[in-house]
Design a protein around this ligand. Structure first.
Ligand SMILES: [Zn+2]
Ligand SMILES: [Zn+2]
Length: 474
């Protein structure tokens, strides 16, 4: 018997945390300006007292005023600044944007002071190390790698070498116009601007994108992360033979190739609520995999009826993210062979998982059990009905003790009703607080649950079946 306990709400939402780490690990969002160690760097700069530092063959003139002063612009041209960066830090209004705007500024400066012209085409831009030359390359690879994927929003994360970002920040703060766009943000702007010419309907966002695109400015590697979609629904589990979530094979621990005992599936049970619902949806959205987040769970041999168990299905790496939900519901119900049923699906977001996991709802059950040497019908009914309203003390059941810490829970039996005695079998409905171990309430788990039906009847009881009739979640 694979006891799960009725209460599975203790999983942690570590995937969201992981994603946050992933998204921010070295990939500052395009809007973030790096200020790391800036103060310290400025202190060090004070050691340079003049002409001993050369950039592009020209001494740095620490006395040059910052842009947009003409002398400041002349200075950054002498440093060998590229047209992109010139436009970005000069603080001048131009007709064109980007490199073309920079050329305008350069020509103006040449007209003012022909001497500057000898600085000609820069060798390597000291501000961006010619990063902007790679924009077109990155844009075409983004277009190439997103073919066949459905999305409406993109967020860029840009990774640049730390020293480049720091040096750029130093030079820009000293010589650039106030409020010049920092390198990362400007690079993201340049990519997005070119990209919009190819994808006019795409929106660039700063959170919750459909696609997160991570660009490494050093290696020019791009990683496309297709963010998952989430569906909320309630499922009825009509089979006593399937677990709620995928259950790895005990023999091989679910390794990819599986083993003999699981016939190569890696699964202890070939079907689960997760896959009966998730697989048709995964196929429809051309996704990679699913995660199933239920409001608690029941044992394999327990059905869940009524309006069903609330769940969120997370669909990972979907190539499609728009679908007719009525068709998805039909696809699930058609393929589940009446083992699982859903009535409705709604789009939701990751936050819903947390809400589902935190919700503590009463549940109503129907249970049937056999009583050894059963007493008189009236005695049985009276004793069992007497448990209505009591607070149970339940030590962690023996069947789950290998997975759960030993502790004593207090759970209320809200009501017991409809006690029917049929030979040596008893059937009854009951409503209990979330997290009550129902089978243990009947057979007492060798005295670990007090009081219990077995205890008040002073007889051995054996549970025959159990159904969740309703999860009072709304
Ligand atoms: Zn540059
Ligand atoms: Zn196996």
């Amino acid at each position: 018997m694979q006891g799960n306990g009725p209460d599975g709400g203790e999983q942690k939402l570590d995937e969201e945390d992981e994603w946050q780490l992933y998204a921010s690990a070295g990939y500052a969002s395009a809007e973030t300006v790096t200020e790391v160690e800036e103060a310290e760097e400025i202190d060090k700069e004070e050691w340079f007292d003049g002409d001993d530092l050369e950039v592009n063959g020209a001494p740095i003139d620490w006395d040059a005023p910052p842009c947009p002063a003409p002398l400041g612009i002349a200075h950054i041209i002498k440093m060998g600044t590229c047209d992109y960066c010139l436009h970005r830090v000069a603080g001048r209004r131009t007709k064109a944007r980007g490199a073309e705007g920079g050329r305008e500024i350069r020509e103006d400066a040449h007209a003012r002071d022909p001497g500057i012209a000898k600085f000609g085409a820069p060798e390597l831009c000291p501000l961006c190390e010619d990063l902007f030359d790679d924009t077109g390359n990155i844009v075409s690879r983004v277009i190439e790698s997103t073919k066949g994927i459905e999305y409406g929003t993109i967020q860029f994360g840009i990774h640049l070498p730390k020293d480049l970002v720091q040096d750029e920040d130093k030079t820009r703060s000293r010589h650039g116009a106030p409020a010049s766009r920092p390198l990362k943000a400007a690079f993201a702007d340049a990519i997005q601007e070119q990209l919009s010419k190819h994808m006019p309907d795409i929106e660039f966002v700063k959170e919750k994108p459909d696609l997160m695109i991570l660009v490494d400015g050093l290696t020019l590697r791009i990683d496309i992360d297709v963010r998952p979609v989430f569906l909320y629904g309630r499922d009825r589990k009509l089979s006593r033979e399937i677990p709620q979530t995928r259950w790895p094979c005990r023999a091989c621990r679910g390794r990819a190739q599986g083993c003999e005992s699981c016939q190569g599936t890696g699964l202890q049970y070939p079907d689960s609520v997760q896959d009966l619902i998730g697989e048709p949806i995964r196929a429809a959205l051309q996704a990679e995999d699913t995660s199933f987040h239920g409001m608690g769970r029941e044992d394999i041999d327990v059905r869940c009826l009524g309006s069903g168990r609330p769940f969120v299905l997370e669909v990972k790496n979907p190539r499609l993210r728009k679908a007719d939900l009525v068709e998805l519901v039909e696809a699930v119900n058609d393929s589940s062979s009446e083992r699982v049923e859903i009535d409705q699906l709604d789009w939701t977001d990751r936050k819903r998982i947390g809400r589902i996991k935190e919700t503590r709802s009463d549940k109503s059950y129907t249970i049937r059990f056999r009583v050894d040497d059963i007493p008189e019908e009236e005695t049985v009914k009276e004793a069992i009905s007497g448990l209505s309203g009591v607070v149970l003390e339940q030590d962690t059941p023996k069947r789950v003790s290998h997975r759960r810490a030993a502790k004593t829970r207090k759970r209320k039996v809200v009501s017991i009703s409809d006690v029917i005695v049929d030979g040596d079998e008893v059937q009854s409905t009951l409503r209990c607080e979330a997290g009550t171990y129902i089978k243990e309430l009947i057979h007492s788990d060798e005295g670990r649950t007090v009081p219990s039906v077995s205890g008040v009847l002073d007889r051995e009881c054996e549970v025959l079946w159990l159904d969740v009739e309703e999860i009072h979640a709304d």
